[in-house]
Ligand binder design. Structure first.
Ligand SMILES: N[C@@H](CCC(=O)N[C@@H](CS)C(=O)NCC(=O)O)C(=O)O
Length: 339
């Protein structure tokens, strides 16, 4: 893991999830190229990798491809700082500190399967954003959402979403930011805790029409607004030009790289592994449980532990998905008959 292989980020720019990873990469000055994706399916660039997963972003490090921003950031955290390349140190607080627990809880709070984002998305304005008028886009997002709602249902959910977001902002204002600090877990610069805490609030207050006059107002939450602005300014200052590559070129970069990680093996003590009798080399299917669940990946199991599952795609590439929020089963579920 000493020499950093090429990194490719598959995303589209206005994805709030992708922004988490972009901010991270820029904060640490980690070099990468981007492969820009259309906002709706199909995404042939991902088919070239043998991937069915439909959510954005994905990130490859060498020949290893990672799904889900939580796993992506966790893996990027293992890249050490290097003076020669100017890569800055990892952003996690030291293990064993309350700050490390808080960072993990903040991640779950905003990004976990029932996190703040799930409420905030109900604030997307039904009018004003051209994309949200586009029938093809709306059909696509009904496929992404495991629980698609009609316009009328969405309108009925909005007040609760306003409340959830307001409560979250209130919590930040009244706890970590109450003492006037610059960054949620202290320090001179934004840390991982800031990325985890800020991204949904940044999206809500930054996108016109998400909240209306008086719903989550600056006068009531001045410290949160100042922190979001401070974060935004820091990111603007770190912004640099990122090379964009097409799908074929990106595939060439991934397939032409060496493996970044070693084997993790199959953890025989894992309850899902023992229940289904999963073995190295077996064909498995993997899919996310919270959204985009209709897009199931099938491949050869290369490893599985409590953190991730790794498989080889039909195109010979290694894909890693987190265990939280993803399900793994044998491709053919013979064991189910024993229930
Ligand atoms: N838990 C996933 C969620 C990713 C996600 O839902 N991304 C949105 C983009 S903001 C998405 O994929 N939307 C549908 C799509 O672009 O296909 C993560 O952390 O990466």
């Amino acid at each position: 893991m000493s020499d950093l292989p090429p990194i490719v980020l598959y995303h589209y720019p206005y994805s709030p999830y992708a922004r988490r990873v972009i901010w991270y990469l820029h904060l640490r000055n980690i070099p990468y190229v981007q492969c820009l994706q259309p906002p709706i399916l199909p995404r042939p660039d991902l088919a070239l990798l043998g991937i069915q997963y439909r959510r954005i972003p994905l990130l490859s490090i060498g020949r290893d491809i990672y799904l889900d921003t939580r796993l992506i950031i966790q893996k990027l955290e293992t890249i050490p700082a290097t003076a020669a390349t100017g890569i800055r140190p990892p952003l996690s607080p030291p293990p064993g500190t309350p700050a490390s627990l808080l960072t993990a809880l903040l991640s779950d709070w905003t990004t976990g399967p029932a996190g703040l984002f799930t409420h905030a998305q109900a604030l997307l304005p039904g009018s004003g954003l051209p994309l949200l008028q586009d029938k093809a886009f709306l059909r696509d997002r009904a496929d992404w959402s495991n629980n698609p709602v009609t316009r009328a249902e969405a309108a009925a959910l909005r007040p609760e979403a306003v409340l959830a977001v307001r409560q979250a902002v209130e919590l930040l204002e009244g706890t970590v930011l109450a003492d006037g600090r610059k960054w949620v877990l202290g320090g001179e610069g934004p840390g991982l805790g800031d990325i985890e805490a800020v991204w949904v609030v940044h999206w809500v207050v930054g996108l016109k029409g998400m909240v209306k006059e008086g719903e989550v107002e600056e006068a009531r939450f001045p410290r949160v607004y100042a922190w979001v602005r401070r974060f935004q300014e820091r990111m603007e200052a770190l912004k640099r030009k990122v090379v964009a590559v097409g799908g074929e070129e990106a595939r060439g970069v991934v397939a032409g790289s060496g493996r970044w990680e070693g084997e993790i093996g199959v953890d025989a003590g894992d309850p899902v592994v023992s229940f289904y009798g999963l073995k190295n080399g077996m064909r498995v299917k993997v899919w996310p449980t919270d959204s985009g669940s209709g897009h199931v990946d099938v491949g050869v199991l290369l490893g599985i532990d409590g953190t991730e599952v790794v498989w080889e795609t039909g195109k010979g590439l290694r894909v890693h998905a987190p265990r939280q929020g993803f399900r793994v089963r044998p491709e053919v579920e013979e064991k189910a008959s024993n229930l």
